[in-house]
Design a protein. Structure first.
Length: 138
C-alpha cells in the first residue's frame, strides 16, 4: 500500500510498506524534485552478485559439495536449516498471493472465521517459536 501527501508547493511525500515500499522508493528515485520525503516500512536491498561478492558465492558452492555444517559451521548450519524449514512450511500465503490472490480475497471477505484464522496465522508466523502451544493446537 502506498500513501501520498500532496504538499502546497506541488510536491509530494510518500509512504509505503510491502509492495508500496518499492513503489515509494521508485517514485522518489524518478522524481526527486517533486518527492521531498519518503517513509518505508519494508527495507529493499538487492541480492549480492557473483561479480561483487565472489567469496560468498564460492562458499555457497562449497556448501553444496561439502555440506553446510562443514562450510559454515554448526551454528550457521542450524540457522540455515531453520530458514529452509520455514521456507518449506510457512510460505503458503506467499504462493496463494502470487497465484490466486482474488480467491483469498473472496474467502476473507465472506467469512469472519476465515479472517480470524488468517490473522491468527499472521500472529503465529511473526512470533514463530518452535513447539509453541498455539502452533500445536492449530
Amino acid at each position: 500500500m502506498v500513501s501520498f501527501a500532496h504538499l502546497y508547493s506541488g510536491r509530494i511525500a510518500a509512504h509505503g510498506g510491502d509492495w508500496g515500499a518499492l513503489i515509494a522508493h521508485t517514485l522518489a528515485s524518478r522524481y526527486p524534485s517533486e518527492c521531498v520525503a519518503v517513509h518505508i516500512t519494508f527495507i529493499i536491498f538487492p541480492p549480492p552478485t557473483s561479480w561483487n561478492f565472489p567469496l560468498v558465492h564460492l562458499k555457497f558452492l562449497m556448501s553444496m559439495v561439502f555440506g553446510a555444517e562443514r562450510t559454515y559451521g554448526h551454528e550457521e548450519a542450524k540457522r540455515l536449516e531453520r530458514l529452509q524449514t520455514i521456507m518449506k512450511t510457512e510460505m503458503g500465503y506467499f504462493h496463494v498471493q502470487t497465484t490466486k490472490p482474488q480467491s483469498l480475497a473472496y474467502g476473507l471477505n465472506d467469512s469472519p472465521i476465515g479472517l480470524l484464522g488468517m490473522k491468527l496465522w499472521g500472529i503465529t508466523w511473526v512470533s514463530y517459536v518452535e513447539n509453541a502451544k498455539y502452533n500445536r493446537v492449530f
